[in-house]
Design a binder for this molecule. Structure first.
Ligand SMILES: C[S@@+](CC[C@H](N)C(=O)[O-])C[C@H]1O[C@@H](n2cnc3c(N)ncnc32)[C@H](O)[C@@H]1O
Length: 274
């Protein structure tokens, strides 16, 4: 049976984390937003959603609210962005970063939104569906709150695409097998399923773009990939004793020699409500 949401990755239940892990997760979201490869993913998503002045948009699973504030800059003072996140801790962090733009920060479940039908002109939902219990039910809810003709843009990781070079490949496979369902969600191929899910939900004009992110140093990769991040506390690793240190030593050596490489595809998919 699929484990309950809170039993999965750190992002599934941020409020249930230790203070140390919660801080790491918040820092990670902030750093990710600054990473050039994530910014490239977001540019693709902005082009697909096409936010316009005066619109009311929903950012579902809005994290620290960074994208919500970027969307607010696009919709302007006549528009509005509703930033909804499951975690009250992350919502509080988002509120503390508020810049005065037209964003309302709300705690809530993207699968059960406290909003009427057809309430928003568009939806952004980035790297959230991989963490939820039922992605299709969540998508149905996003469709419900979108007006006919409104656009829904989903962004999600395809962890099954993650590949490394520069370290012993056998070791990398063993590590990935141990961290699947732990650092990465069990639904590890969410990104590639988004197009099928939006078509299945009845959306029109569904477009999909796989954005393959390239990391050529451990430091750059560690922002997005927890399994190469030495800051992630040892006790949170699901690996047998010694394996983490052996792996991180190889990652470090590949970084020193300039041969480290990692690639990860993040999908951007959008469709229009009929
Ligand atoms: C990887 S973070 C992405 C945050 C933000 N979208 C971004 O790209 O920076 C995943 C976010 O989804 C939120 N989340 C997880 N399950 C959720 C749910 N059922 N409803 C709303 N938010 C959820 C988490 O609290 C977390 O802030």
């Amino acid at each position: 049976m699929e484990p309950a949401q809170k039993d999965r990755t750190p992002f599934s239940d941020i409020d249930g984390l230790s203070a140390q892990m919660s801080e790491i997760v918040l820092d990670a979201l902030t750093e990710m937003g600054r990473h050039p490869e994530i910014q490239r993913v977001r540019r693709t998503a902005f082009d697909m959603l096409g936010p316009a002045a005066g619109e009311r948009l929903l950012d579902a699973g809005s994290g620290s609210g960074e994208v919500a504030r970027l969307l607010a800059a696009r919709v302007g003072p006549a528009g509005e962005v509703l930033a909804v996140d499951h975690s009250s801790a992350i919502t509080a962090a988002a509120v503390s970063r508020h810049d005065g733009s037209a964003v309302s920060y709300l705690t809530g479940d993207a699968a059960a939104l406290a909003m009427p039908d057809d309430h928003v002109d568009g939806v952004w939902c980035e790297r959230v569906l991989q963490h939820v219990d039922d992605a299709d039910a969540t998508i149905r809810e996003l469709v419900r709150v979108t007006r006919p003709g409104g656009r829904i843009c989903l962004v999600d990781t395809d962890w099954g695409s993650l590949a490394f070079d520069g370290m012993p490949s056998g070791l990398g496979e063993v590590v990935l097998a141990h961290v699947r369902g732990h650092f990465t969600p069990r639904q590890h191929d969410m990104g590639r399923t988004l197009r099928r899910r939006l078509v299945g939900a009845g959306l029109r004009n569904v477009v999909a773009a796989p954005v393959t992110c390239l990391f050529t140093s451990p430091e750059s990769a560690a922002v997005v990939l927890p399994m190469v991040n030495p800051r992630v506390p040892e006790e949170t690793w699901a690996t047998p004793p010694g394996l983490r240190d052996e792996w991180l030593a190889c990652v470090d050596a590949a970084g020193q020699s300039g041969t480290f490489l990692a690639v990860l595809t993040i999908w951007v998919v959008a469709g229009t409500k009929a």
